[in-house]
Design a protein around this ligand. Structure first.
Ligand code: MG
Length: 235
């Protein structure tokens, strides 16, 4: 019995032992997004380098996983954006950038699907982004990637293809606000909880997708994902 107990202690990950982080989509309570967070995108859009990140929320009802389809609402332009996702591992409130890494359980690859039609209206009128970012199926995610698989989240290749054509090919080193900065910054305003996801912004090259398209995306040598786009809506 002692031996068994000792073995369990060795295998356990004390920080996140209460949770199976692969299920972050199930128990996580929020998805936060960083908008306009790649330097090359800001420069392409002629925007001055912002002093603070732009943060928005997506509902967890927008999650889908590989095997499920991205559903594009009729009469709207839907845009794909590939992003590094950061999965929070423990209660995180007002942490410094220096401490932030301790609160990260791992990563995933995410697509921040965006209703471009609604987004343009919202941005031009200074209105919230939630309807543009929150439709059902607007947050396709890969499997959970444990922390140790990505030694430096601020330096990893990230790419996407639509119908086999490379659309986005960048590196997270181009992020304006890096991973630990975003965790620290958001935690000053709201408590981050285990399973919460932060999607860290998209490099340039995002493009509209339509019924029948196939999006592939990848993160370094670690993983690739594939999602089909359909015009059909599930009830
Ligand atoms: Mg985005």
């Amino acid at each position: 019995m002692v031996e068994r107990g000792a073995s369990m202690m060795t295998d356990a990950k004390p920080m996140f032992s209460k949770y199976n982080m692969s299920d972050f989509k199930v128990f996580g309570k929020k998805i936060l997004g960083a908008g306009l967070n790649y330097k090359s995108l800001l420069s392409e859009k002629g925007l001055l380098n912002p002093e603070k990140p732009t943060i928005f929320l997506k509902p967890t009802s927008s999650y889908i996983v590989q095997g499920q389809n991205i559903e594009v609402p009729e009469d709207f332009e839907i845009i794909q954006e590939v992003e590094l996702g950061v999965v929070i591992g423990k209660h995180c409130k007002k942490v410094s950038e220096h401490e932030a890494m301790e609160y990260i359980a791992g990563y995933c690859l995410a697509l921040d699907m965006t209703n471009g039609t609604v987004m343009k209206e919202s941005q031009s009128q200074g209105l919230p982004w939630c309807l543009a970012k929150g439709f059902d199926t607007a947050c396709p995610v890969s499997a959970f990637v444990p922390l140790e698989k990505i030694p430096d989240p601020n330096n990893i290749r990230i790419w996407s293809k639509v119908n086999g054509k490379l659309r986005q090919d960048s590196n997270t080193s181009d992020m304006m606000f890096g991973v630990t900065y975003l965790v620290s910054y958001i935690s000053q305003f709201m408590t981050l909880e285990p399973g919460d996801l932060i999607i860290t912004g998209s490099p340039p090259g995002m493009c509209p997708v339509v019924d029948g398209d196939v999006i592939e995306a990848g993160l370094g040598d670690i993983l690739t994902v594939k999602f089909s786009v359909t015009g059909k809506q599930q009830d």
